[in-house]
Design a protein around this ligand. Structure first.
Ligand SMILES: [Zn+2]
Length: 82
């Protein structure tokens, strides 16, 4: 187990669809607040947290983003986090 690198191994997916509210919440393609989940054993990002559609699996809009990318974006753009 090594966690020394600041570079992520996770794939950067669908960043264009990322929508951050002024409250810091993440919104899915339904324009609903996305829910935080933990990637399972079949995912490349096992154990990593990600945001997904709150209606999944009944009405999945395919929204998906790793939590760590959201965190990075919040840091890079302070206007989203005031
Ligand atoms: Zn959705």
């Amino acid at each position: 187990m090594s966690s020394s690198s600041s570079e992520s191994i996770l794939p950067f997916k669908k960043l264009k669809s990322l929508s951050l509210g002024t409250d810091g919440n993440v919104y899915c393609n339904h324009n609903m607040v996305a829910v935080l989940r933990v990637a399972g054993s079949r995912s490349v990002g096992l154990g990593h947290e990600f945001y997904g559609c709150p209606l999944w699996p009944e009405s999945d809009c395919k929204f998906f983003i790793w939590k760590e990318y959201v965190d990075v974006m919040l840091v890079k753009d302070p206007t989203l986090n005031n």
